[in-house]
Write a protein that binds this ligand. Structure first.
Ligand code: DX5
Ligand code: ZN
Length: 224
């Protein structure tokens, strides 16, 4: 059965103390930990790759590393990320290596699953849900990630235009629906009510007015 999951995004953590910050949110009740893998091409920001995922997995082995690939060629990193200890591999339908092809996306998702990971498909705010309906109908993914902000940076304002997209995915899909971007203690409940069961939260958890020990259980309770 689906349950409610909070996935703190380490994009807003202290990059010089990542293992400490991951330990902290896992101990606070975060079932997943969101790792934004940005290549500086698909999005105008450069972050984390497989070596850092590997170190995090080694230092915090009980963390479920929920990797979000904002990269032009996610297909080039699936083996390396699986070997590094990634637990979920979510990539964009708009990535040039996929180019909106549900066939290419299904093939990459199948590779991720064969390597022992959950497979997710992500949509930018401007991408319609229709573009992934064949993928959902085929049962090719475990998770759909809907961005509620422009891809690439933490701390942006939530765009409520994602809410009807959540409802449209939920009508067609029984798996995990993640909303990523702009999640706060004030809007989390409405996002869950629209049909999402997993929320990514970066600045709210790592740079908000409440510390992770308050923000993580607060978010879990709001969406339970
Ligand atoms: C945005 C990233 C998000 C980001 C969210 O491109 O995919 O995961 O960390 O940050 P907040 O929660 O601060 O909007
Ligand atoms: Zn993300």
């Amino acid at each position: 059965a689906l349950h409610s999951i909070v996935s703190p995004s380490i994009l807003s953590a202290d990059f010089a103390n990542l293992a400490r910050d991951v330990r902290r949110v896992v101990d606070a009740g975060a079932e997943w930990v969101h790792v934004d893998v940005f290549d500086g091409v698909f999005v105008p920001n450069l972050t984390i790759g497989p070596p850092v995922v590997k170190s995090l997995h080694k230092n915090v082995p009980d963390a479920f590393l929920d990797c979000h690939l904002c990269t032009v060629h996610p297909e080039n990193y699936v083996e390396e990320l699986a070997a590094a200890g990634a637990a979920q591999f979510t990539f964009h339908i708009e990535a040039p290596g996929i180019d909106f092809s549900c066939g290419a996306a299904a093939a990459l998702a199948a590779r991720a699953r064969a390597l022992g990971m959950l497979a997710g498909i992500a949509l930018k705010p401007e991408t319609p849900v229709d573009s992934i309906l064949p993928l959902l109908a085929a049962g090719a993914v475990d998770t759909v990630l809907l961005l509620a902000v422009r891809a690439g940076f933490g701390g942006q304002k939530f765009n409520p235009a994602v809410l009807p997209k959540v409802a449209a995915v939920r009508a067609a899909f029984g798996g995990n629906i993640i909303v990523d971007g702009g999640i706060t203690l004030d809007n989390a409940r409405s996002v869950a009510e629209a049909g999402a069961n997993a929320l990514v939260a970066g600045s709210t958890v790592f740079a908000g007015k409440e510390p992770p020990e308050v923000a993580v259980p607060g978010l879990v309770e709001l969406i339970a």
